[in-house]
Design a protein around this ligand. Structure first.
Ligand code: SAM
Length: 326
């Protein structure tokens, strides 16, 4: 696949872009789109791109003025779907769009530009019973604008990373180029433990204080909201860089500690050196923890892209074959 033009929406720190780089896809970033200025800065540092490429708030994008692209990535906000949020879904009881409803903004852009491929990621809850109707409507909408959509829940720990993180991935292929053969990647045997990602960079402010210890032992570990020295870490969240609310703890010679920015990013498939680059630019470990918790495990995306882009999609028009219809 040569010269793939990419539009990245809800870019965060750019897990999709990192995956494309890692598997040597020759791609050009047409634009990225990130509302939060500090996240945009982190994105520009990690991917070495000019922040002028950032389109900012998706609701202000004029789709008629966008350059053409072949792939649109859109890991839209999950706050209103996630088990940790208020679970209103894409719209509230009055029909007003929620933050997760920004999905429709991405569809507005796809409908006008009709790229070959769309790739989205969100929390598993999106395909639960609770959101069954809304999810069906999403698939219908993607169908109506011209795409066959394949979806599956994948867990990062099944794709080489010792991180238990279930996420739903939606791969949409424009109907005129879809041969109906897309398959999600096979699971692979996990050969690494979380401890393989640990390093010795933890400063004193990563170590739990007495009051944190009490919280850890009495509440979090017992309720299994946290894990200690686990071979496979539990799902990273946006609060994990914070001593008062982390999920994954390590016990080492100096005591109990939370994970460093390097470890957290590495357990999402990002290079450890990005943590240094961000810390050097003044980002805090709490901010980096949030970026990592909001992101997507890069290795999972690599395997999906290999299936999507390396297999050579034939020009044909076939009916959607989705083995996962709910
Ligand atoms: C779930 S995160 C996506 C993370 C990303 N896929 C990654 O690889 O790190 C959603 C992102 O959408 C951004 N966002 C929220 N509202 C937005 C808006 N109106 N326009 C553009 N970006 C927005 C958030 O700041 C957040 O970084």
């Amino acid at each position: 696949m040569k010269g793939l033009r990419v539009l990245s929406l809800f870019s965060g720190i750019g897990a999709f872009e990192e995956a494309l780089k890692n598997i040597n896809i020759d791609f050009k970033l047409v634009n990225y789109c990130e509302f939060d200025s500090s996240v945009s800065k982190a994105y520009s540092i990690i991917h070495n791109v000019d922040e002028k490429l950032n389109l900012g708030d998706i609701t202000t994008i004029d789709e008629n003025k966008l350059d053409d692209f072949d792939l649109m990535t859109y890991g839209f906000p999950c706050q209103d779907i996630s088990a940790l949020g208020d679970q209103k879904g894409l719209m509230d009881e009055n029909g007003a769009l929620t933050r997760s409803g920004l999905f429709f903004e991405a569809v507005r852009i796809a409908k006008k530009k009709l790229p070959k491929y769309l790739l989205a990621e969100n929390v598993r809850m999106l395909v639960s019973k609770k959101f069954k109707t809304q999810f069906r409507e999403m698939l219908k909408l993607l169908d109506e604008i011209g795409y066959n959509t394949y979806w599956q829940v994948l867990n990062s720990k099944d794709y080489g990373v010792p991180h238990s993180r279930n996420r739903v991935f939606l791969v949409s292929i424009r109907k005129d180029i879809d041969d109906g053969q897309f398959k999600f990647p096979e699971k692979i045997q996990l050969s690494k433990k979380a401890s393989d990602f640990y390093d010795s960079f933890a400063s004193q402010d990563h170590y739990l204080r007495e009051k944190d210890m009490k919280y850890l032992s009495e509440f979090r570990l017992k309720k299994k909201y946290s894990s200690l020295n686990s071979d496979i870490i539990i799902c990273q969240t946006t609060k994990q860089g914070n001593l008062a609310n982390p999920q994954n703890f390590i016990r080492d010679k100096k005591g109990y500690r939370v994970m460093t920015s390097r470890e957290l990013l590495a357990l999402q498939g990002f290079k450890k050196k990005y943590a240094e680059a961000l810390l050097n630019e003044g980002f805090t470990k709490e901010q980096i923890g949030k970026f990592s918790g909001n992101s997507i495990t890069v290795d999972v995306l690599e395997r999906i892209f290999e299936k999507l882009l390396h297999t050579g999609i034939k020009v044909e028009n076939k009916i959607l074959k989705n083995e996962n219809i709910i």
